[in-house]
Design a protein around this ligand. Structure first.
Ligand SMILES: O=C(O)CCC(=O)C(=O)O
Length: 636
């Protein structure tokens, strides 16, 4: 498991779907075990010295370069933090990562894998709370979220998906050298679960850690890394010392070879005379009680042994045949009945049939494989603002909510003449404390929205046709691999470093009519509201499919002018403001000081540098939405 996997935040995917196709439990349980033996293969756990591994002999059927690609495209693993992904106490996926624990093994060509699961048992630096915090290794408990879910999968004999990343040293091939950071191994079930003491860098020098034996589910063919043509065998020659690499003999074992029905099938369980609980015979050195709450836990005749080896019977793979195993390759989406292609399913990633790569949806107009550039396009229809009129945010206010302790003063709504036959509307002003600035919300009206309706239509048409290149750009975050924004964007005018920089910028004279229309409308409404012209020279168009959002940030671009203004189109959205972290208070405040509901045709104006300096904001749309945000960015 990954050393940074923590049990307490196993999933930071905001909206986790129920996975539609639940696994079937095995058709037969006790009747099955044609138990097997790996007589000639004693222990093929990975060598302790760092050994050069060959690249993959075949492209994996499902692989990815970033964790985000896995989480966005593969329903069996949607956890960004933890190595265990479970839903309602059922483990869907388990990631084999770096830092293996003692006695973790990859046995019989990967048909039996022993790993430690559940997090918390290693000391780590936790970066999630802003400043890094040292977290000391602790005992794992059977009630810890991930351990509990793994134990339930064990008792239910419920298959789960094993994945490995490039840091998993026991996999016999070098994933990194093959360009695959993550691979899906296949479906496994847990045949044994037990607790051990393991050395740890905490005060006691050790922790209780749960171990799990994962067995390959028969009924899904052979593991893909073992099924390649004999011509490929050359690739397994050890380039350093010559000869075959030590694990290669296990790779070629077929099921017939590993199954030896003449051998007894059951791993014996022995009842502890102290706690009366049963534990299996795991080690060749003898039986030990493996109940961590028993006083006899982990002691063999009153002694703790340093060197332990697995008992041969314990290592026999169990050929449990499953029926109705699910297809792990994600299915391609087809055109839905309502032709709406901005729903959540369309924001997710996809699996390339040609090369097996999982890719995030990073282009608005279609899915594209990040490896072989295959394309999948689903035609859809344009949406109108009317489709979102029924939306009723489940809050007690209509437009805004001011936090009690915020010091923000909300002015009475004022009437506002839009000119050019647009009629009247209202605008709301919020005065920030200590003269930090003002936030204005100019409301759209059915009459005034004719312009906004047309801009909304053009945006969609031009984005679908690729005239407006809406893309998801990498966030400037220190995380492993790339991490794309949770919305699509395109920038016009001056480059905007916050999203994509010059790579995401077209000059105004090349900007499509939707962008120019949005800029003209924002300029006009800002002039009327502030009684002056604002020389906006940059406009970021952001498009959100269902469940996408823009996380907390402040517009702190170098040279940014004091006025930032945006036009909202399509679905309504919540915009929350909160105080930014300061040097005195390095952790941002979790409570929102102001919430606004932005609706189709509304123009929001943030006036004053203090709005960005002292506050940050997030935008959470209720459904498909487009926003255009204009700024002045000094170029000197
Ligand atoms: O209204 C929106 O969707 C987000 C605007 C915004 O916060 C930005 O572009 O920085």
């Amino acid at each position: 498991m990954e050393d940074w996997a923590r049990d307490d935040d196993q999933d930071d995917v905001a909206d986790v779907d129920e996975i539609a196709n639940e696994f079937d439990t095995p058709s037969t349980n006790d009747a099955l075990p044609q138990l097997s033996s790996c007589k000639e293969v004693a222990d093929v756990s990975a060598p302790t010295i760092k050994q050069q591994r060959p690249p993959l002999p075949v492209k994996p059927p499902i692989w990815a370069e970033s964790r985000q690609e896995v989480c966005e495209s593969f329903d069996y693993f949607r956890s960004y933090q933890s190595g265990v992904y479970s839903l309602k106490d059922i483990v869907k996926g388990y990631l084999l990562g770096g830092s293996p624990a003692s006695r973790d093994i990859f046995h019989c060509g990967g048909r039996l894998i022993i790993s430690h699961g559940g997090g918390k048992a290693e000391s780590i630096l936790d970066y999630r709370v802003g400043a890094a915090r040292f977290q000391q290794a602790q005992d794992q408990e059977a009630t810890d979220k991930s351990v509990r879910a793994l134990l339930k999968s064990y008792t239910d004999k419920r298959p789960l998906v094993l994945l490995a990343d490039e840091k998993y040293a026991l996999f016999p091939f070098d994933l990194g050298a093959s360009g695959c950071t993550y691979v899906v191994l296949g479906l496994y079930w847990i045949s044994h679960a037990w607790a051990e003491y393991q050395p740890a860098s905490n005060g006691c020098g050790r922790v209780v850690r749960w171990k799990f034996a994962f067995q390959w589910c028969e009924g899904q063919g052979s593991p893909w890394w073992t099924s390649f043509k004999s011509d490929d065998v050359d690739m397994l020659h050890d380039p350093v010392r010559g000869g075959l690499l030590i694990f290669s003999h296990s790779i070629f074992l077929t099921l017939e070879q590993i199954v030896d029905p003449s051998l007894p099938n059951a791993v014996a369980n022995v009842t502890c005379n102290k706690c009366s609980q049963k534990s299996p015979i795991v080690y060749s050195q003898g039986w030990m009680c493996l109940n961590p709450s028993c006083t006899s836990f982990w002691s063999l005749g009153g002694r703790e042994l340093e060197q332990l080896d697995y008992d041969t019977a314990f290592l026999r793979p169990i050929a449990m045949v499953f029926t109705n195993l699910p297809e792990l390759r994600p299915a391609k989406l087809i055109e839905p009945m309502d032709s709406i292609t901005t729903s959540y399913a369309f924001s997710k990633g996809w699996h390339c049939e040609k090369c097996g790569r999982l890719s995030s949806r990073f282009k608005w107009e279609h899915w594209e494989c990040s490896n072989c550039h295959s394309i999948h396009k689903v035609p859809g229809r344009l949406r109108t603002a009317k489709e979102f009129w029924h939306q009723r945010p489940s809050v007690e206010y209509l437009h805004s909510h001011v936090g009690k302790q915020s010091g923000i003063v909300a002015r009475r709504p004022e009437p506002f003449e839009l000119g050019d036959g647009g009629g009247f509307t209202h605008y709301l002003t919020f005065i920030l404390p200590h003269e930090r600035g003002r936030i204005h919300l100019i409301l759209g009206t059915p009459l005034a929205n004719k312009q906004a309706d047309e801009i909304f239509r053009q945006y969609q048409e031009q984005a679908n046709e690729g005239e407006l290149l809406l893309r998801r750009y990498p966030l400037r975050l220190v995380v492993r691999g790339t991490f794309l924004t949770n919305y699509f964007s395109q920038n016009s005018g001056e480059p905007y470093q916050y999203v994509g920089g010059t790579g995401n910028t077209v000059p105004f004279d090349k900007a499509p009519s939707s962008v120019c229309g949005a800029l003209a409308l924002i300029k006009e409404r800002s002039r009327l509201a502030l009684q002056k012209d604002i020389p906006f020279n940059e406009i970021l168009s952001a498009a959100y499919m269902e469940k996408q959002k823009m996380s907390f940030h402040s517009d702190s671009e170098h040279g940014l002018g004091p006025v930032v203004a945006s036009l909202s189109l399509g679905s309504a959205a919540f915009m929350h403001f909160r105080a930014r972290a300061t040097s005195k208070e390095p952790k941002h405040s979790s409570s929102n000081v102001l919430t606004l509901i932005l609706r189709h045709g509304d123009v929001l104006i943030m006036e004053g540098g203090g709005v960005q300096q002292y506050y940050e904001h997030t935008v959470i749309p209720m459904n498909f939405r487009i926003a255009a945000t204009a700024r002045f960015i000094g170029t000197a």
